[in-house]
Design a protein around this ligand. Sequence first.
Ligand code: SAM
Length: 323
Amino acid sequence: MIEFGNFYQRIANSPLSHWLEVLPAQLAAWQRESLHGKFKDWFNAVDRLPEMTPHSLDLLNGVRAQAEPELGPGQKEGIEKMLRALMPWRKGPFDLYGIHINTEWRSDWKWERVLPHISPLEGRTILDVGCGSGYHLWRMIGAGAHFAVGIDPMQLFLCQFEAVRKLLGGDQRAHLLPLGIEQLPELAAFDTVFSMGVLYHRRSPLDHLYQLKNQLVKDGELVLETIVIEGDENQVLVPGDRYAQMRNVYFIPSAKALVKWLEKCGFVDVRIVDSCVTSLEEQRRTDWMISESLAEFLDPNDQSKTVEGYPAPIRAVIVARKP
Ligand SMILES: C[S@@+](CC[C@H](N)C(=O)[O-])C[C@H]1O[C@@H](n2cnc3c(N)ncnc32)[C@H](O)[C@@H]1O
């Protein structure tokens, strides 16, 4: 089963050490009671991947590992088969030993929109809430972060992360824990907290902002990326049953309303640093994610609207500081 011992050791003598008062019991209960029906199959795929030591590793410009000499076709096919057993791959892309995991999302494009606007990550301890496969955790390490912790309750993503970790040489600078943000105690120990693509999934968005604030050190930075609508500070969309076919979308504020929410929760220096319409090139069906994607979620006659008639997704990046 998944071993979290390395993580416990890593935080034991750090400002995160008081997490150890609750975390081992939480994760033991998770292993005992909450495993997904397919978890065994996913975990077997991870288990059967070879431990690789990359000849070259590039986490600065992507998530890329190469062997020297290159892998033979048999070994490459074997690795690809195990990685394909972990489909659908949503967040990436990953370039591992000549295998290009062409994920649904170009998460690298999001990273390029975010990175220029945030405090340099060198030496920082980071929390990425709702980290998916952990793609951005590796990019945070590539940008110089000291330690990057991701949380995401989806167990397939934990297996994808552990598969990538194995192929990257067992790198222990990033970790993913199968937890929701609501399961974290107030750690007040992270220099930067990211919440990207999560706020609109939260039933109580202001509570989410407080939970993020509780994880930051004094003067720590929040990086919030989420879907917004056009409009003034009083505009918030509350979709009906579905938004862009997603059932679990609760509140989509305008970027200006979101600034107000953040200030109400006690954040300061709140800045909208980027805003852009999600393109059909950024989110699309690929041979690593073969079900419906953005093209099917938009009105075929008017791509400025979702199939439900709501404004099509615009994504904003907002940066704020905990005083
Ligand atoms: C749209 S994805 C965003 C992934 C990634 N952060 C990115 O921006 O590409 C939202 C993620 O949030 C995770 N999530 C949902 N509820 C959560 C919760 N309560 N706490 C933490 N993560 C959650 C989902 O499993 C999913 O992986």
